[in-house]
Design a protein around this ligand. Structure first.
Ligand code: FAD
Length: 312
């Protein structure tokens, strides 16, 4: 059995694995796709101490760093379920893979990340990273002085609009419903900004581009049924971040109402020996540098747990 088994190979998982291996304990890492969301990222300009890099390049660095240590990497393996130690006969935590294999561990760190909810309209995939963006903290500055749209009028959408308004020329917010679901203080702030326009009852129907970049979008006015066009260079999709926690439904690990793993100060979950870090957890603000910090913290938390609890 592993002392620490990390589930997930994004920035949080890589960091957790390195911190564990540096303690000289038996460490494994199982991931569906090494690199996680970073693999899908083009420009990264907010990874402190590296002025600018690209996703695949950063992932290469992560992999090299993990491989420098004695970590058992099981890539391209999907985890289907986790059985907490109090439910197994041998007292180990069991991690069950999609292929039926069963891994055993004294502690596990879940770092399975999240995925942005997509609009599922024509052009969205084609122009992903070519104007279609999901993270204003990351990509906002790429649209300096240009016209942009934000899809979604919840807290994240209105926050994005306020954030972008200070950088870009103009922001159009498109909300599907007839009301905004954001906090009133955010709505008031957005309404006070001269370069933010909010359109309700608007269903985005298509992303348009010139073959290389986004040039605009079409939406249906849900009152009149009319299709309207907005000229923009960037579209920020803010209709929700979905945590990859479905496989934990049977584990009894406490999840928030959004499906995020509820963690404490040391990355611990509601089940002994099971820790979690990064975008899959309740930690606010989902960023690479935060995921790495959280991964190291959960790993130290797991080590602390191991030295206080004897092996079964
Ligand atoms: P992830 O990166 O999501 O990694 C999750 C890992 O778990 C993956 O290895 C995945 O394969 C694995 N996994 C999931 N489910 C299972 C399962 N059932 N079994 C086994 N393995 C599983 N942040 C920044 O700081 N700067 C940026 O510029 C930036 N740009 C971004 C651009 C885009 C397009 C996107 C999508 C995100 C961007 N982010 C950026 C956010 C950043 O990528 C995330 O905050 C970060 O990757 C979270 O790390 P994580 O390790 O928690 O999860």
């Amino acid at each position: 059995p592993y002392d620490v088994l990390v589930i997930g190979g994004g920035p949080a998982g890589a960091s957790a694995a390195i911190y564990a291996a540096r303690k000289g304990i038996r460490t494994g890492l199982v991931a569906e796709r090494f690199g996680g969301q970073v693999m899908d990222t083009m420009a990264i300009e907010n990874f402190i101490s590296v002025k600018a890099t690209e996703g695949p390049k950063l992932v290469h660095g992560l992999e090299e760093h993990v491989k420098d240590y004695d970590v058992d990497i099981m890539a391209e393996q999907k985890v289907d379920a986790v059985v907490p130690a109090d439910e197994t006969e041998d007292g180990y935590i069991h991690v069950i893979l999609e292929n039926g294999a069963r891994l055993k561990a004294r502690s596990t760190i879940v770092t399975t990340g999240a995925r942005w909810r997509e609009m599922n309209v024509p052009g969205e995939q084609e122009y992903r990273n070519k104007g279609v963006a999901y993270c204003p903290h990351c990509d906002g500055p790429l649209f300096k002085g240009k016209k942009t749209a934000v899809i979604g009028g919840g807290n994240s959408g209105i926050e994005a609009a306020i954030d972008l308004a200070g950088i870009v020329e103009h922001v159009t917010v498109l909300e599907f419903a007839d009301t905004l679901r954001a906090d009133q203080v955010l709505i008031d702030k957005a309404n006070s900004l001269p370069n933010v326009e909010i359109i309700k009852m608007a269903q985005t129907t298509e992303v348009e581009g010139d073959g290389t970049r986004v040039t605009g979008l079409n939406y249906k006015d849900r009152e009149s049924g009319e299709i309207k066009h907005v000229e923009v260079a960037g579209i920020f999709v803010q209709i929700g971040l979905v945590p990859n926690s479905e496989f934990l439904k049977t584990s009894g690990i406490e999840l928030s109402d959004r499906g995020e793993i509820v963690i404490g100060d040391r990355g611990e979950t509601s089940k002994p020996g099971i820790f979690a870090a990064g975008d899959v957890t309740t930690v606010p603000y989902k960023q690479i540098i935060i995921a790495m910090g959280e991964g190291s913290r959960a790993s130290l938390g797991a080590f602390d747990y191991l030295i206080r609890n004897p092996a079964p």
